[in-house]
Design a protein around this ligand. Structure first.
Ligand code: AHG
Ligand code: MN
Ligand code: MN
Ligand code: MN
Length: 336
């Protein structure tokens, strides 16, 4: 009855991570406990997002964040839920959130060995119109648990132990890598469990979709403009690529991961470092792309090699199918 095994042998995310953790015996389950608290946060946000319209959870919170963005009620609610869940896990020592100017240093009594960077609600501009939004997170191991300073989260993305996102769309999908490939889990609301639905995700080597905000075209630099031009007017007689841009990084990256193609948030004259934040948007998505056989490039270097100096630092990013990113790398190399 192997064919029916999946019906009676539920591969939940917790079980899957426990299996993975046998490869990291040193964690003695700490990582699994941390992850179970991240999963709890995602389940909560999923239910809040689904009833946002009904529960008057849409609209502005009346504050602005360090990014200079007007915070939405769901931004703040999600932020608070994840901070509380992560602290109560007893497995974290520093938290960095898009919605908090300062990092949170966990009280020594509750301190653990993991540093978590996260975007509690990504795609906030899409909340009020019901378009998919998400949560993005990355996990570092603290360098010295007794000397906990901000340097523990100013590490290159390649040092991350794990990264993932949860997309609140037609279904609630959590995509995770702990460094051994990428797996997708879908929330079964009747069980309240994330079940393995997309084992060992690999991104197609080349794609037919490009994803960028064309509204910024006036301000792009040469290589970006040349690349997008090639997507639209290919010289080699191939057919033009399709443009798909949702404006929620989680949704645009999830489609890119499953269908292939390239997602770009380039630098432009107005924002020389682009818009997306290194620690909790660029690094986790780049980590996932590399684990799925794709790549991620900043216009200057491999994204995961970047060493951040500020916790809300931004970087241009080009990520997706291996061959597509190679093309943009060649255009930037020719520019040097
Ligand atoms: P956030 O809602 O967490 O601030 O992130 C929004 C980001 C990202 O989700 C998306 O890719 C990008 O903003 C869209 O920016 P533009 O509207 O400038 O295209
Ligand atoms: Mn924001
Ligand atoms: Mn975001
Ligand atoms: Mn956000």
């Amino acid at each position: 009855h192997a064919a029916d095994a999946h019906r009676t042998d539920l591969m939940t995310i917790t079980r899957h991570v426990l299996n993975e953790q046998t490869k990291h015996a040193e964690s003695r389950g700490d990582f699994t406990i941390l992850l179970s608290h991240i999963v709890l946060g995602c389940k909560f946000v999923c239910s809040a997002v689904n009833k946002a319209g009904l529960a008057k959870l849409i609209g502005l919170a009346g504050e602005t964040n360090v990014q200079g963005e007007e915070q939405k009620k769901l931004d703040v609610l999600s932020h608070e839920v994840f901070v509380n869940a992560l602290i109560s896990s007893g497995r974290t020592c520093i938290l960095v959130s898009e919605e908090d100017e300062e990092a949170t240093f966990v009280d020594p009594a509750l301190r653990g060995k993991y540093c978590v960077v996260f975007d509690p609600l990504d795609g906030s501009s899409n909340i009020d119109c019901g378009v998919s939004i998400g949560t993005i997170f990355g996990i570092y191991m603290v360098k010295d648990k007794n000397e906990v300073t901000i340097n523990n989260v100013l590490q290159p993305g390649k040092n991350m132990l794990a990264a993932g996102y949860c997309m609140y769309g037609s279904s609630c999908t959590l995509v995770l890598s702990t460094g051994n490939g990428v797996n997708g889990f879908t929330l079964d609301p009747s069980l309240g469990e994330f079940i393995l639905t997309h084992p060992n995700i690999k991104i197609p080597k080349k794609g037919k979709i490009y994803s960028v905000n064309e509204g910024n075209a006036k301000n792009w630099d040469g290589p970006t403009a040349k690349f997008v031009e090639k997507c639209k007017f290919p010289k080699d007689g191939s057919s033009p690529k399709s443009l798909r841009y949702i404006g929620s990084m989680v949704a645009d990256v999830h489609r890119t991961l499953l269908y292939g193609g390239i997602f770009l948030y380039p630098a432009d004259k107005k924002s020389p470092n682009g818009k997306l934040r290194v620690l909790y948007e660029v690094f986790p998505m780049s980590f996932l792309m590399e684990q799925a056989g794709g790549q991620a490039f900043t216009g200057k270097q491999r994204a995961l090699d970047l060493v951040p100096t500020k916790i809300h630092q931004r970087s241009p990013i080009f990520l997706g199918s291996y061959d597509d990113v190679e093309e943009i790398k060649a255009l930037y190399a020719a520019e040097e």
